[in-house]
Design a protein around this ligand. Structure first.
Ligand SMILES: [Zn+2]
Length: 351
């Protein structure tokens, strides 16, 4: 059994913000063989074929996510302050340039259709979907959205876990309902409409429950959460309730399993000793509500503390082996590993 097959195409990684934080001079080299959860060499060894590459802007003051606070039995990390739009735009340009540089260096291809993803998976280059996580960089007139779309942007989450012009995100809080505040603003609803016109996939991960329903009511497309888990198992603000999952299912949407330990562990703590059985427990629950066409992966690699056994793309064969040992058939494993992302993107983008 070749444990690097089927290829994994994944709903969320933070490689671009990691490379940006390290300085961009040798980004292509760092991406080829450097440290972190993902590099090109180890991706090939682990059968990681690509995924959604997020542009994410750190909060003012260099605010990284407080994993120490999240390791406690209960926590409520305060929402970070808003990022001024000009600062966010400058940061987004840097990260979008890094993505373009990686394409130029032959490491990946920025895919604009599902057909391009399929054609790229399994080849030398990684398949990348250009994603924005938190729309802070976008101005009120949405001019930056049009320009980013022209540069290849095909997926957008209106908010990260902080407020912005367009809406409100959930705090990192355990235990907590995802119903933590207001949803989308009027500008947020215009952003959703323009994304629908442009064919940019909308991502509900990080939104408050009110924001989730704002998108669910407004969209004509499948509802997608690129990196979220089951609230019924891990009652953190970042996970989706069974009612939300039922709405995703009803729309023909997809949820990508987030590997972040705090969203997997029943006790909500950001600690790495998480058995693969816990990941399978979430997958089973998601499959029960979403069906075999509605569940995928959304690792959060390079943005989260993840279980030791999948700590880096080279360890992904452990997850394939565990899914197989758990009784998932080859067809289902292929759908989870990449088929469901390709399928929902084709239905969302129209090609
Ligand atoms: Zn995220």
């Amino acid at each position: 059994m070749d444990l690097t097959v089927p290829t994994i195409f994944d709903g969320h990684n933070d490689v671009l913000s990691r490379l940006a934080a390290a300085g961009r001079a040798d980004a292509a080299e760092t991406f080829a063989t450097g440290p972190g959860h993902i590099n090109h060499e180890r991706a090939r060894a682990g059968g990681f074929g690509g995924g959604f590459f997020a542009v994410w802007i750190p909060s003012p003051g260099g605010g990284t996510i407080d994993f120490d606070a999240m390791a406690q039995p209960r926590y409520s990390v305060p929402l970070p302050p808003q990022v001024p739009q000009p600062d966010a735009l400058a940061g987004a340009m840097r990260q979008a340039a890094l993505l373009a540089n990686l394409e130029e260096a032959g490491a990946l291809k920025i895919c604009r259709t599902a057909g391009e993803i399929e054609a790229t998976l399994g080849g030398e280059r990684l398949a990348a979907v250009f994603h924005v996580e938190g729309a802070e960089a976008i101005d009120r007139e949405l001019a930056a959205l049009d320009v980013l779309h022209a540069a290849g942007l095909r997926s957008l989450g209106p908010v990260w876990s902080r407020p912005n012009r367009f809406g409100h995100g959930v705090p990192f809080r355990f235990p907590s309902s995802p119903d933590t505040g207001p949803g989308l603003t009027e500008d947020g609803l215009r952003l959703v409409d323009r994304c629908l016109e442009l064919g940019i996939m909308l991502d509900v991960s990080h939104l408050t429950e009110a924001g989730f329903w704002d998108i669910a009511r407004r969209t004509t497309k499948p509802i997608v959460a690129t990196h979220s888990n089951a609230h019924a198992i891990t009652p953190t603000a970042r996970n989706l309730t069974d009612k939300q999952l039922a709405a995703v299912a009803e729309s023909g949407g997809v949820v990508g399993l987030n590997f972040a330990s705090a969203f997997l562990r029943e006790d909500g703590r950001m600690l790495g000793d998480v058995p693969l059985a816990t990941m399978l427990r979430h997958l089973d629950h998601l499959l029960a509500i979403l069906g075999e066409d509605g569940v995928a992966l959304g690792s959060d690699y390079d943005g989260a503390l993840v279980p030791h056994e999948v700590d880096g793309v080279e360890r992904l064969p452990n997850l394939r082996r565990a899914m197989s040992a758990h009784g998932y058939g080859e067809a289902l494993i292929t759908k989870i590993c990449h088929g469901n992302w390709v399928n929902v993107l084709r239905r969302t983008w129209g090609a």
